[in-house]
Write a protein that binds this ligand. Sequence first.
Ligand SMILES: C[S@@+](CC[C@H](N)C(=O)[O-])C[C@H]1O[C@@H](n2cnc3c(N)ncnc32)[C@H](O)[C@@H]1O
Length: 217
Amino acid sequence: MDQTLLDYTLSHMDEEPALLRQINRDSHLHTVNGRMCSGHLQGRLLKMLTRITKARRILELGTYTGYSALCFAEGLPDDGQVITVDHNDELRDVAAAYFQRSPFGSKIRQVTDDAILFLEQLNLNPSFTESFDIIFIDADKREYRRYYDLSLPLLRQGGLILADNVLWDGHVIETNVKRQDKQTLELQAFNDMVKEDDRVEVVILPERDGLSLILKR
Ligand SMILES: C[S@@+](CC[C@H](N)C(=O)[O-])C[C@H]1O[C@@H](n2cnc3c(N)ncnc32)[C@H](O)[C@@H]1O
């Protein structure tokens, strides 16, 4: 079969490390929605953005099986840290086992909590104000505006919010509003809100399911 442009792209960029390849494969085999895993292209991008921004502290909303947390950890310096939050305690040990097998796993702190409750707690603690270099929004698609509002105060000036799945399989351009689900409506509202927000600059990369790069001025 002819190779696709994606095949060509992936074969001409940094390889996917073996452990990450296994996480991706296991996620597809053993969990209901394996495509939630960031995967090769986005994973290498997350690592590179971490390095370009010289990030030291990263907050991730939505751990799932740990793929993206490990990509961020790989890009961080030795004393850097990723705090990753997920409310699904059944997946906690799955991700923890991968973190233990990785040379970068010691940079990851796992939190089992609802993302909004956790963000609210951080907002109450002044030591977390403007303390993160990158915040990755990748949990409940119906809560993106709330995540964004609660994340901005925690992000340093010049820091990045990365928001995943903002094109939602193309549903964001569907015109039949009556047939749209809550996720689609929220992602449309989120994209509109960020575009109008003078506090940030935004670029949407139409790779995979759409990744917004949102820079805090
Ligand atoms: C798309 S997956 C994350 C994928 C992961 N970041 C990656 O790229 O490999 C979304 C995760 O968000 C979690 N999640 C959904 N709603 C949440 C909530 N309200 N609070 C915390 N985590 C939530 C789910 O349990 C799921 O593991």
